[in-house]
Each structure stands twice: as structure tokens, then as C-alpha cells.
Ligand binder design. Structure first.
Ligand SMILES: Cc1cc2nc3c(=O)[nH]c(=O)nc-3n(C[C@H](O)[C@H](O)[C@H](O)COP(=O)(O)O)c2cc1C
Length: 195
């Protein structure tokens, strides 16, 4: 079993990463392979809007880290998409990655993702206290996964965390993240192997 985490934060050691560490921990303890891509450390160019992927072989003309990330996503049993809130939605880094998934969008010709049995999980982290804004991030991620024919099976949102100090002062958040990770395992295991 393989889980691929895509982290939209530019910070590989930020709050979202620390929360993701705890979500991943029970998966690893259970023997699940976990791969993480922090988009702040990846080379992901903007979509050029050229629409080359709409025709021909359906491939993107750009050559960067997207192909490798996609290959892992295509061969996963679970995708965890995590992002801090930036201006009430996912980060620009996450949005640029979503744009680059257009070759795999189910309104186009490719059926790469429709053959998959993978499932999706959304994680959203924000400074403000209101959960509603984080629901925007979950909606964005659900919309993205939906166009890859991947169902969103669960989500975990964290409110009121802006600085590393905030997270340190609220150890219950990391405990809840660990429990959330545990809760995903049976949902993952209730699926067929990747085709
Ligand atoms: C450019 C920028 C925009 C942000 N916009 C919001 C926002 O709209 N709402 C909010 O609650 N927090 C916002 N934040 C705060 C982050 O969501 C918060 O600090 C989060 O914990 C950062 O996670 P990270 O350390 O994983 O990057 C913003 C932070 C930055 C840097």
C-alpha cells in the first residue's frame, strides 16, 4: 500500500508539515509506504495555457517535477492533499500544481485516473478561528480530485494555528492528527489494489 502526500505549503517544516507528520505516522507504523512532496521544494512551472494536452498524445509540453509526482499519484492507494490557507484558499503552489493536472482531467480524453482505485484526503490549516474558510480549501481539493475521478473520503481541518508557537501551545492538535491518520487506514484497506 502506498500513500502520496502533496503539501502545498512553501515551507517543508511549517505547521502543515508538522500536522502531516502526525497524520503520516500511523500509516508508516502500519507498514504503508508514504511519499511526501513539498511543493516549496519542487519545480512546478505554471500552466502555459497552450492546450497541447487537449489533443495529440495528451501530454504536457513542459518537463519538470510534475511528471514524477503524477507517476507516484497514479500508482498510489491514497492521496493526501494538504495546504495552509492563503487568502482563504489553497496556496498558489497547490493551485499551480492543480492547473498542471489538466492532462489528467476527466473532461479530456485520458482515462489514466479513472482506472485507479486510489482515494483522497484533504488537510487544511489556517490562522483564523472560523472553520468555514477551511471548508473552501476542502472544496477546492475535492473539486480537483473529482476531476481525476478520485473520491474524497475524509478531511482534517485545523483552525487557529498561525505560528509554530501556536502549534506548540496546542498539543491536542497533533494528537488529533495522529488519530485522524489512524482513522484513514481502514478506509484505505477497504479498496482494491491499484490496477
Ligand atoms: C501569504 C499568506 C496568506 C495567508 N492567508 C491566510 C488566510 O486567508 N486565512 C488564514 O486563516 N490564514 C492565512 N495565513 C496564515 C497561514 O494559513 C498559517 O500561518 C498557517 O499555519 C501556515 O502554515 P505553514 O506553516 O504550513 O505554511 C496566510 C499566511 C500567508 C503567508
Amino acid at each position: 500500500m502506498k500513500a502520496v502526500c502533496i503539501l502545498g505549503s512553501p515551507k517543508p517544516k511549517g505547521n502543515t508539515a508538522a500536522i502531516l507528520d502526525e497524520i503520516e505516522r500511523p500509516l508508516k507504523e502500519h507498514g504503508i509506504d508514504v511519499i511526501r512532496y513539498c511543493f516549496g521544494e519542487c519545480k512546478i512551472n505554471y500552466c502555459l495555457g497552450c492546450k497541447s494536452c487537449f489533443g495529440g498524445d495528451g501530454q504536457c509540453i513542459q518537463n519538470d517535477d510534475v511528471q514524477k509526482i503524477m507517476n507516484d499519484l497514479l500508482n498510489s492507494n491514497l492521496i493526501i492533499a494538504a495546504s495552509p490557507s492563503y487568502w482563504g484558499d489553497v496556496t498558489g503552489q497547490m493551485k499551480v500544481f492543480i492547473d498542471r493536472c489538466t492532462p489528467y482531467c476527466n473532461v479530456r480524453h485520458t482515462d489514466s485516473f479513472s482506472k485507479l482505485k486510489t482515494k483522497g484526503v484533504a488537510v487544511a490549516v489556517r490562522a483564523g478561528k472560523n472553520k468555514k474558510e477551511n471548508e473552501n480549501l476542502v472544496d477546492t481539493i475535492e473539486h480537483f480530485l473529482g476531476h481525476l475521478n478520485i473520491p474524497l473520503i475524509s478531511n482534517f481541518t485545523v483552525e487557529g494555528v498561525d505560528t509554530a508557537e501556536d502549534l506548540k501551545n496546542k498539543p491536542e492538535i497533533l494528537r488529533m492528527a495522529y488519530e485522524f491518520g489512524k482513522s484513514i487506514i481502514p478506509l484505505m484497506e477497504g479498496q482494491n489494489e491499484v490496477l
